[in-house]
Design a protein. Structure first.
Length: 444
């Protein structure tokens, strides 16, 4: 079933419902980021009907929240092959394969043109936030004839409730925008939530649009991964011009040098340079480094923030903080899947079959083997969780991995079992990693 730009979601659903066989229903892809759009491109290549549902006002909207950030890996590792085939059929200016894009460049030069291709744009619904997914006339408890029922997707579109029917669902909503708290125990406490106007979860544009928020302030950065390092480097630039700016770096690691990475030995030059820069700034005492420090409470005290935590077995306080930047990673939100049957690992919160492959206690991004439809299967047949969300809290996800995931899943849904079984990643020896997408030692 093909849709057109003038059809409403209700018309799409009515046409889909008129078919007796679920095979005539579209595949629903949720999330129009890099992986969701790649899934759409692969579905288009198999001439499979699909709908692509995006909560934001445009494709890649989540990426624009870190649009000022440059990734480690060049363009050639950030674009899906089926997507490239669609783009090359259009009037598209292909970026230099060896350049390092920013998040904004990824959206402007790749995702937006991809979303505007003839094969995708008529099936794309923006401003459409998926609230819940279920089986038609079948709640989570019912088993009889379950697999014969289509999926029902409830979504909010421009403040109105709409419904879609689909024969399969590919959840590519990611984890960005659902952060972990500053609290080292991973628990969201009321006090931290109440002062979120003085806390930024993510990567602020410190020398750009967010400059006034941080200049001449006492700012604490919590985290030890590439997101934290990026925030610190930007604050250091601000401090050069506004020396009254104070910077406190709070880590849970036993030693700060554990956050520097491979530096000169790193196979990815941009990533190694990041480690060298932060190492030099630490040696120059640009930051006050407090480690190990494990935050237990975040409190407001006379307009300032006080971080209570444990260091070397003693309870201590870091006081007089004006602003906090929290870079402690992200976690998946499964609320939209509460009425379907899923298998999620209790520790990583990843797709259960992936947990032993991606556990950051064992693996780095370069040691995660390729995987596809077989590993991503859920107990709810024809439901797949892909992309960063499939990795849960594990920071070992690669964009290229997500592209291979959806290639395999779409091949299976299209009846191409042989292609679905053949999974392979073409990566540099150390994997392809970005500078700033997660707060732990991330490779995203």
């Amino acid at each position: 079933m093909k849709t057109n730009c003038c059809q409403s979601p209700q018309e799409v659903t009515q046409q889909a419902s008129s078919n007796q066989d679920n095979l005539h229903l579209p595949v629903a892809v949720i999330g129009a980021g890099p992986v969701g759009l790649a899934a759409a491109a692969h579905l288009a290549s198999y001439e499979q009907p699909f709908i692509l549902l995006e909560s934001g006002s445009q494709v890649g909207e989540n990426i624009l929240t870190w649009g000022h950030v440059q990734v480690f890996s060049p363009w050639k590792y950030n674009m899906d092959k089926s997507a490239l085939k669609l783009l090359k059929k259009q009037d598209w200016n292909e970026p230099d394969q060896d350049e390092l894009p920013t998040g904004k460049a990824l959206v402007d030069q790749y995702l937006k043109p991809l979303g505007n291709t003839l094969e995708i744009k008529n099936s794309l619904f923006v401003n459409t936030k998926v609230l819940s997914i279920s089986r038609k006339n079948t709640d989570k408890m019912k088993t009889a004839n379950r697999e014969e029922q289509p999926f029902i997707i409830y979504a909010e579109q421009n403040d109105k409730l709409v419904q879609f029917e689909a024969r399969a669902v590919i959840d590519a909503t990611g984890i960005w925008g659902n952060p972990n708290p500053a609290n080292s125990n991973g628990i969201w406490l009321k006090e931290e939530k109440e002062i979120n106007h003085q806390i930024f979860y993510g990567i602020p544009d410190i020398v750009g649009k967010d400059k006034d928020r941080y200049l001449n302030k006492r700012v604490a950065v919590v985290g030890s991964g590439h997101s934290a390092i990026n925030s610190l480097l930007e604050l250091a630039k601000l401090k050069e011009v506004h020396p009254a700016t104070e910077i406190v770096w709070i880590l849970r690691k036993n030693r700060v040098k554990e956050a520097f990475g491979g530096e000169e030995l790193d196979a990815l030059e941009a990533r190694g340079a990041l480690g060298r820069r932060i190492h030099k700034l630490v040696n120059s005492n640009v930051f006050e480094v407090i480690t190990p420090f494990r935050i237990q409470h975040v409190n407001e005290k006379e307009g300032k923030i006080e971080l209570m935590g444990e260091s070397q077995g003693e309870l201590k306080a870091i006081s007089e903080i004006d602003e906090v930047v929290v870079n402690t990673g992200n976690r998946p939100d499964f609320s939209n899947l509460s009425e379907v049957r899923t298998s999620i690992d209790s520790a990583t919160e990843s797709v259960k079959a992936l947990a032993p492959l991606i556990d950051p206690n064992i693996h780095s991004c370069g040691t995660v083997r390729a995987h596809g439809e077989k590993e991503l299967r859920q107990p709810e047949k024809y439901l797949y969780i892909v992309g960063a969300k499939s990795y849960g809290r594990a920071p070992t996800f690669l964009m290229a991995t997500g592209y291979e995931q959806v290639r395999s899943v779409v091949a299976y849904l299209s009846g191409d079992d042989e292609a679905a079984k053949k999974v392979k990643l073409d990566l540099p020896e150390t994997g392809v990693c970005s500078t700033n997408l997660n707060a732990t030692n991330s490779c995203c």
